[in-house]
Design a protein around this ligand. Structure first.
Ligand code: DGP
Length: 113
């Protein structure tokens, strides 16, 4: 997998407003927020898209879901938040390092655009 903006954030080659980090994942504020709370949670392992995850990544993906819930709850929005994964350009993915958008702090419309 080629280097992406997000691998550079993991390596601290470009700055980001980091809100959480552990051995397996990193969470930082989206540079172009679509809600008062808009974080990106990424695995440190370079997985391009959700569809590229392997069965060996099951624990990592479960860990990330649990962490997303914990992070947004710690931010005070545990009762109303949305998680989004854009998989592929047709779904709006622009950075090819798997990421979970964590959105909160405003009313969420449905269906999403
Ligand atoms: P997606 O379109 O699902 O691939 O989302 C990519 C998100 O990444 C988009 O909401 C903007 C954000 N983003 C792009 N470049 C940077 C960056 O350099 N820093 C940060 N913090 N966010 C970025």
């Amino acid at each position: 997998m080629s280097e992406t903006l997000f691998s550079k954030i993991i390596e601290r080659q470009i700055p980001a407003d980091i809100v959480y980090e552990d051995d397996d994942c990193l969470c930082f504020k989206d540079v172009n927020p679509k809600a008062p709370v808009h974080y990106l949670l990424i695995p440190k392992k370079p997985i391009e898209r959700l569809v590229d995850a392997k069965s060996e990544d099951q624990t990592l993906l479960g860990h990330m879901l649990m962490k997303a819930s914990e992070i947004v709850s710690d931010a005070g929005f545990g009762d109303a938040f949305r998680l989004v994964i854009n998989n592929g350009p047709g779904a709006g993915q622009s950075v090819f390092h798997l990421h979970i958008h964590i959105l909160a702090g405003r009313t969420m419309g449905w269906p999403p655009g």
